[in-house]
Design a protein around this ligand. Structure first.
Ligand code: NAP
Length: 321
């Protein structure tokens, strides 16, 4: 099969298309024919070799993907050949024509969700769900600021929070991005590239502040975020790419908190909650993954450059084998 292989850590140019043997599923494993693979910022961090979780070289990147089960190993009961699935982590990587996964890593993809959309399910929606439910413990009637709403995680969070009855504020740096965020459910949108953005957000709450901030770029925003919080407010750090200074008294004055997580560390019980809830939301139309661009698999390097562009996110970037 054709697969992207990384033989040494480095820039996007280390992503090379190669011909490698198609794996055979052993007991408890599933072979999925990948129709689309999701590109996530974390794929680029791992590729550079400077990340907390690194695969042994050589490896095929990709955590997210969607396709059809081709064959299953002994004892697999959850899926059978021909089933449509999305992949949430795998043994062999999803930037390939096939991915080998554990039975527990494949999940039913509802009929109304395309393979390209399915490639944008696990990391974006799993992260948004974990942040909103398990970390923020959000309630209907609260106000959430999705700080960085135009990308994969942000769009997922906007759709979820709106469906739960929160007042949703979302930010994006382009008009196109803000249009998407509004269309997907935000009550108000703001431009995080503008100097007056924080004041506008505070004004939109009538000076009360927001209850929850889902933060995609904490190294830039965390200090200012704390000043935007209402009493008992919480910031959930989802993304960060460096260091930041905060004023602890901003937390003290509001009895506020900052929480953070990586999706890699969720418990089995949290994962079960996440997948059951996501599948229900996909089926009933509450969750609608937005695919911004589709690139052929050999263009993986271009996809890595695009996903790290500092502005202009528009849903998901997916690779088509
Ligand atoms: P993405 O699709 O590339 O989207 C990035 C988002 O960040 C866009 O909405 C972008 O908006 C926004 N952004 C850019 N500059 C910003 C600023 N100054 N302030 C606020 N937002 C800004 O990425 P993603 O998949 O949604 O992931 C978002 C972040 O979360 C990444 O850093 C990723 O590594 C991280 N993440 C963490 C976990 C975890 O387990 N903790 C899981 C998934 C993702 P514009 O392009 O419109 O400017």
């Amino acid at each position: 099969m054709k697969a992207i292989l990384v033989r040494q850590f480095g820039g996007p140019e280390v992503l090379k298309l190669e011909e490698i043997p198609t794996p055979d599923p052993a007991a408890g494993q599933v072979l999925v024919k990948i129709h689309a693979a999701g590109v996530n910022p974390a794929d680029t961090y791992a590729r550079t070799g400077n990340y907390a979780v690194l695969p042994p070289l050589p490896y095929t990147p990709g955590t997210d993907g969607a396709g059809v089960v081709e064959s299953v190993g002994d004892g697999v009961k959850k899926v059978k050949a021909g089933d449509r699935v999305y992949v949430a982590k795998s043994l062999s990587g999803t930037y390939a024509e096939h991915a080998l996964a554990l039975e527990s890593q494949v999940h039913r993809l509802p009929e109304n969700i395309s393979f390209c959309q399915g490639a944008g399910v696990f990391i974006p929606y799993g992260t948004a769900y974990h942040a909103i439910h398990h970390q923020a413990k959000a309630h209907g009637g609260e106000t959430v600021l999705v700080h960085g709403a135009s990308g994969g995680v942000g769009i997922a969070a906007v759709q979820m929070a709106r469906a739960m009855g929160l007042t949703v504020f979302g930010t994006a740096s382009t008009e196109k991005g803000r249009g998407l965020v509004k269309r997907e459910g935000a009550h108000r949108t703001f431009d995080h590239s503008q100097p007056g953005c924080k004041e506008e957000i505070m004004k939109a709450t009538g000076g009360r502040g927001v209850d929850i901030i889902l933060e995609m770029l904490a190294n830039v925003n965390l200090g200012a975020d704390l000043k935007l919080l209402a009493q008992m407010g919480r910031v959930i750090v989802i993304g960060s790419r460096g260091d930041v200074t905060i004023t602890p008294r901003d937390l003290m004055a509001r009895r506020a908190s900052v929480r953070a997580f990586t999706l890699w560390a969720i418990s089995e019980a949290e994962a079960a909650d996440i997948h059951a809830s996501i599948i229900a939301g996909l089926e009933n139309g509450t969750l609608r993954p937005v695919v911004g661009s589709e690139l052929p698999l050999p263009n993986a390097a271009q996809a890595h450059i695009e996903v790290m562009k500092p502005a202009g996110a528009f849903g998901k970037i997916v690779l088509i084998p």
